[in-house]
Write a protein that binds this ligand. Structure first.
Ligand code: ADP
Length: 499
């Protein structure tokens, strides 16, 4: 492994942690219980800050603030253009503070600073500008119904949105959820992930500086079974949007159903196939398959985590994939040139090492990695398994770490059947130069995104979401707007039908 950049004493980030309290009704507050929880630096396991721990009572307070802001406040009532201008001002402020925000994200999550600064903060800004653009273009229809009626549809905000986000992309998950909800005129209670509460508080402060009225966006940091469950089951929350594991997705859907039947969008797990066809340029395919799996320390719900390689190019692919993993540069994510930082926390780190053990014990061939990297923090060596069989745990379950599993196939129909033999259906990668093969696979794969000769292309306008147990609904693009709108049909008799 390329260890040249690894440092024993981690770089001290150039950012201070200024916001650790709950954000309710435009104010930073301690939790009602007075409790706090630590958030850790994944490079060392040391505490970065203690953060106010919200639970059911704080969620109640946040929901009442959001309710009041929706029922009586200016946000849903101001012109769409006014809302759009506030969101655009916010995007400018984020851009101005981009370096600090990127540093905070890297410190709390462990992803490389280069990725935070060059990819994620700019994408965050882009998503808010995209939805600011939608705000004044949302409108209903005039409907040609039978009879003498004037019929129209009003597209109204849905009300108070509850949003629960994970730790792998704290800023981007904030943007995917808050952007469309605000553009449509809703108010929000957001629960961040307990592993990564910091960046959301920082940007939420900027959103208020940009002119967001109080109570429109409330942030409750805290744990899932307390704060998260209280939000999912709250009677005054009109809509729930959740991103996380399939197991927790089932829990929140049930809580939503048992309380007030609020509609729920779910973006859940995946075990996405990356299919390398016999005609593929092997060098390019290796690089893309490597990126598809190892990007963000392998902590992507859509990671290309089942690499299916045609038997004709299999041996060459394995050798090159092994070399690429061995050359992956692991180390302090604040250093330039680093490709891989630590996993987010000790729990994920241990879980990944358990999966690696299960791969070895299950008879897969360990081509590279297999152990922790260094002696401190939550770094894992880039790991590659070949000879993986469909029924192995590492081929079926989400590892959420830097572990590539490579499977061999022979026929196109066979790989379609095997790729689809998963409870998940989030995404797929296809690597081929043959347009007919690409078309055949695109239509046969039961997944929400197909990337052909590319992977992880996340434009603000491209919808994202899952088939099967990868979720319900789509985020980003025009599709996300419908998650945050109600449609009201208005019927008025025409006085003089003959006109
Ligand atoms: P992961 O395993 O990636 O941490 P989770 O699905 O557990 O995924 O977490 C995603 C989000 O869901 C986090 O914000 C977490 O706190 C929240 N969460 C976890 N358990 C629950 C629950 N029982 N009810 C509501 N939210 C939860």
């Amino acid at each position: 492994y390329s260890t040249s950049a690894a440092v024993e004493t981690p770089i001290t980030p150039s950012v201070k942690v200024n916001y650790t309290q709950l954000l309710i009704n435009g104010q930073f507050l301690d939790s009602i219980s007075g409790k706090t929880f630590p958030t850790f630096d994944p490079r060392t396991g040391e505490v970065i800050a203690n953060v106010a721990e919200g639970d059911a009572k704080d969620v109640d307070l946040a929901v009442s603030a959001a309710r009041k802001a929706f029922d009586e406040g200016p946000w849903p009532r101001m012109t769409a253009y006014e809302r759009s201008k506030i969101i655009l001002r916010f995007a400018d402020l984020v851009e101005k503070n981009a370096e600090e925000i990127a540093a905070l994200e890297t410190w709390d999550n462990g992803k490389t600073y280069e990725q935070s600064a060059k990819l994620e903060v700019p994408m965050f800004v882009r998503i808010f500008r995209y939805y600011a653009g939608w705000a004044d273009k949302i409108h209903g229809l005039t409907v040609p119904a039978d009879g003498s009626y004037n019929v129209q549809t009003l597209h109204e905000p849905i009300g108070v949105a509850g949003q629960i986000i994970p730790w792998n992309f704290p800023l981007l998950m904030f943007a995917w959820k808050v952007g469309p909800a605000l553009a449509c005129g809703n108010t929000i209670v957001l629960k961040t992930a307990e592993q990564t509460p910091l960046s959301a508080l920082y940007v939420a402060k900027l959103l208020h500086e940009a002119g967001l009225p109080e109570g429109v966006l409330n942030i409750v940091s805290g744990y899932g079974p307390t704060a998260g469950a209280a939000l999912a089951s709250h009677m005054e929350v009109d809509k729930l949007a959740f991103t996380g594991s399939t197991e927790t997705g089932k829990v929140v859907l049930e809580l939503a159903a048992k309380s007030n039947l609020k509609p729920v969008t779910l973006e859940l797990g995946g075990k996405s196939p990356f299919i390398v066809c016999e005609d593929a340029d092997v060098d390019k395919a290796v690089e893309m398959a490597h990126f598809a799996l190892f990007f963000n320390q392998g902590q992507c719900c859509c990671a290309g985590s089942r690499t299916f390689v045609h038997e004709k190019v299999y041996d060459e692919f394995i050798e090159k994939a092994r070399k690429r993993a061995v050359n992956r540069v692991v180390g302090d994510p604040f250093l330039g040139g680093i490709e891989q930082g630590p996993q987010v926390d000790g729990e994920q780190f241990k879980k990944i090492l358990r999966y690696i053990k299960s791969g070895i014990e299950g008879g897969a061939t360990l081509e590279a990695g297999g152990e922790r990297f260094g002696s401190k923090g939550y770094y894992v060596q880039p790991t590659v398994f070949s000879n993986v069989k469909d029924d192995m745990k590492i081929a079926q379950e989400e590892i959420f770490g830097p572990v590539q599993t490579i499977l061999k196939y022979k026929e196109i129909e066979e790989v379609i059947r095997r790729a689809n033999a998963s409870r998940y259906g989030l995404a797929a990668g296809v690597f081929t130069q043959n347009i007919n093969t690409a078309n055949r696979l695109t239509r046969a794969l039961r997944v929400g995104s197909v990337w052909i000769n590319c992977f992880d292309i996340f434009d603000a306008a491209i919808p994202f979401g899952g088939y099967k147990m990868s979720g319900h609904g789509r985020e980003k693009g025009i599709y996300s707007l419908s998650n945050y709108l109600q449609v009201k049909a208005v019927v008025t008799p025409l006085e003089n039908p003959a006109w």
